[in-house]
Write a protein that binds this ligand. Structure first.
Ligand code: NAD
Length: 456
């Protein structure tokens, strides 16, 4: 194990030199990061193929390209984000000026999962750098080739005193969580999220938790069924369902179920071929444990399509299952694989009643042409974020903060929200010395009378 305490000590010292705080420094580091990803692009794509059998198309569109966009956006906006924000001053503070100064927390710890192992490690790092922090990053041990390439990219451009990569599994992660970081940014499962929050609470370290959960795709009878089918199939089976915001289950109005399923079968064939297990472009399941966990979900309910698996390559066909109830194992935990249970409803209010009694989802997708249903669902259910008439794409807008609520997470990032996630908002009042308002002092005769007038 690398000497974690020593790295942290070095980074704290370096942070206190103030070097990481200037705009020029931050821009240079972001520029370097982009150039390094470009330089290592081929190796990153190969690593993603080795660890997850990700296709070049998926690797570029969901891991690498998004980072280029994000770095470009951040660099363009940084000057503006860094500026102290002048705000109003209340009458009680007459004569003063008020500002909000964003300041970097200091040394941040960023822990990443394995499903988008490159982008989910680097994307928060962009925010940390933009906000002027030092950072220790820990990639997932379940995608070791990607973890290795992350280490290579980062050590090529940054000194350990600024950004360090610490590779390893649970034990390393726990050692990191025992240290005195100034901020912890964690992406991963709900259960580990609880461990992270508990560790952070011992030192009262601010946390961002990007977690998971069961995200519904809801389709009512007014929806454009063909488009809904295509967009749900794409959202669910991208990365073989190993996406935190993938539709976890389909919740469809009974009257349109069979038509929707008919279109979904067509699109599964069109997007993944007649024999998806032979499709070179299908992402595989990350390891045997997850493969076996997913196989157990196939034991209950009636398979509409798919269900075949390849234990050697850890591939599972895009699978739809019906005759599922809320009590079945597949509805107990986040599925995180290419299996989509189908549940039916008759009235839209059943959707609200049933989703509401479960933990708040990370994402929710509603397919409808009815404005009233859009308003009803968005107003009645709490969830991290989502789309009306699409899946996944809200994650890729730099203008939308991305994060969960309740069990699906705490805090958010992307675009300005990433900068904010790694900044403390320091409030400052600058007082005038030209005069001094006397009535706040206890010795002033009419103080109470004036206070009562001002503070009512
Ligand atoms: P995970 O929680 O098992 O692991 C995430 C990280 O935590 C890894 O780096 C791992 O080494 C570390 N870790 C694991 N056990 C630990 C422990 N006991 N103590 C300390 N650290 C520990 O998650 P995963 O399996 O890598 O990823 C899948 C999960 O992540 C899913 O639940 C998914 O929904 C969620 N996720 C969320 C987002 C999001 O943006 N909200 C994105 C991707 C994945």
């Amino acid at each position: 194990m690398q000497n974690i305490e020593q790295i942290l000590h070095l980074q704290k010292e370096y942070f206190f030199t103030g070097e990481t705080k200037s705009e020029t420094f931050r821009l240079n580091q972001l520029e370097k990061l982009k150039a390094a990803i470009q330089r290592y692009e081929r190796e990153i794509i190969e690593a993603l193929k080795t660890d997850l059998n990700k296709s070049e198309f998926e690797s570029y569109s969901t891991e690498i390209g998004m980072l280029y966009k994000e770095i470009g956006f951040t660099m363009k906006k940084l000057k503006n984000w860094m500026k102290p924000e002048k705000v109003k001053t209340p009458l009680t503070h007459f004569g003063t000026k008020s500002y909000i100064h964003p300041e970097p927390y200091g040394v941040a710890l960023i822990i990443a999962p394995w499903n988008y192992p490159f982008s989910l490690q680097i994307s928060p790092l962009i925010g940390a750098i933009a906000a002027g922090n030092c950072a220790v990053i820990k990639p997932s041990e379940l995608t070791p080739t990607v973890s290795n390439i992350i280490s290579k990219v980062i050590t090529d451009i940054y000194d350990e005193k600024y950004v360090a990569v610490v590779e390893g599994g649970v034990e390393v992660s726990q050692t990191l969580l025992d240290q005195d970081f100034d901020k912890i940014f964690f992406t991963g499962s709900v259960n580990v999220g609880k461990i992270v929050m508990e560790a952070a609470s011992k030192r009262l370290i601010p946390v961002t938790l990007e977690l998971g959960g069961k995200s519904p795709a809801i389709v009512d009878e007014t929806a454009d069924l063909k488009l809904a089918a295509k967009r749900i199939v794409w959202g669910k089976f991208t990365n073989s369902g190993q996406t935190c915001i993938a539709p976890d289950y389909l919740y469809v109005q009974r009257s349109v179920k069979s038509e929707l399923i008919k279109y979904m079968l067509e699109y599964i064939r069109e997007l993944y071929g007649d024999n998806p297990l032979e499709n070179e472009e299908m992402t595989h399941i990350v390891n045997t444990n997850h493969f076996q966990r997913l196989n157990r979900y196939l034991e209950k309910g009636k398979i509409i399509t798919g269900g075949k698996v390849d234990a050697e390559t850890l591939a599972i066909e895009p699978t739809l299952i019906e005759e599922i109830t809320w009590d079945d194992p597949v509805m107990q935990d986040e599925i995180f694989g290419p299996i989509l249970p189908v549940l039916e409803f008759d009235q839209i209010k059943e959707v609200v009643e049933n989703v509401r009694i479960h933990p708040k989802p990370l994402a929710l997708y509603l397919f409808t042409e009815k404005d009233e249903n859009q308003r009803y669902i968005v107003d009645s259910l709490s969830f991290g974020g989502g789309c009306i008439n699409d899946t996944l794409i809200h994650v890729a807008s730099p203008y939308l903060p991305f994060g969960g609520v309740g069990q699906s997470g705490t805090g958010s990032y992307h675009g300005k929200a990433s900068f904010d996630a790694f900044s403390h908002e320091k409030s400052i009042i600058k007082q005038t010395n030209r005069f001094d308002i006397v009535f706040r002092y206890p010795s002033y005769k009419h103080g109470l009378k004036i206070m009562k007038k001002l503070l009512k």
